[in-house]
Design a binder for this molecule. Structure first.
Ligand code: FES
Length: 162
C-alpha cells in the first residue's frame, strides 16, 4: 500500500485524538480510502499494527460498513443519488444511462478503466434532483440526455490523455 505523505501525516495526527488507539479504526479507513480509492488487502494488517489491535478487528469494521470498497475503482467515480426525490425524478434511469455509456454495471470498473458507477444516498440537493456527483463535482437535474453529455465529456478527456 502506497500512501501519500499527507495521508500518513493525517493518520498519525488523528490517532492522537482518541484516548484509545483502536477508536481510530474508522477514521483511518476513511483516510486510506480517500487516498487510494478503496481499502487494499494489506491495509488491514497495516492499520492493526498501527493501532496495536488484531487484523480481525479491522477486518470486522471493513466488512460491516458498506461504504468501504474492497476493490479498486475507475479513474472517475460517478455517484448517482438514489434517495427519494432523485429516485422519483429518474435517478435509476440516469444510472442506467451512465452504465450503458460506459458498458459497465454499478460497482464495477468499466472495461476501459475510466469509471466506476455507484448509487449513493441523499447528496443534499434534493430540489435539483436527480443529482450526480462525479468525483467532487455535483451535477444537477441529470436526466438521460445530461448523463450522455457528461459521459461524452469524460470520454473526450480520456481520449486527450491517451
Ligand atoms: S434525494 Fe437526491 S439529493 Fe436528496
Amino acid at each position: 500500500m502506497n500512501l501519500k505523505s499527507a495521508t500518513l501525516q493525517a493518520i498519525d495526527e488523528v490517532i492522537t485524538h482518541y484516548p484509545s488507539k483502536r477508536s481510530a479504526t474508522l477514521p483511518l479507513l476513511h483516510l486510506i480510502q480517500e487516498d487510494v480509492g478503496y481499502i487494499p488487502e494489506d491495509a488491514i494488517p497495516w492499520i492493526a499494527a498501527k493501532l496495536e489491535i488484531q487484523p480481525i478487528n479491522v477486518y470486522e469494521v471493513v466488512t460491516f460498513y458498506p461504504m468501504f470498497r474492497r476493490k479498486p475503482i475507475g479513474r472517475r467515480h460517478i455517484k448517482v443519488c438514489r434517495t427519494l426525490s432523485c429516485a422519483l425524478l429518474g435517478g435509476y434511469k440516469t444510472c442506467a444511462a451512465f452504465e450503458q455509456e460506459f458498458n459497465t454495471h454499478r460497482g464495477e470498473v468499466s472495461p476501459d478503466g475510466e469509471v466506476t458507477i455507484d448509487f449513493v444516498e441523499c447528496l443534499a440537493s434534493c430540489g435539483t434532483a436527480p443529482v450526480v456527483l462525479i468525483d467532487d463535482d455535483l451535477h444537477e437535474k441529470v436526466d438521460g440526455a445530461k448523463a450522455k453529455q457528461l459521459s461524452d465529456q469524460i470520454k473526450q478527456e480520456a481520449a486527450t490523455r491517451r
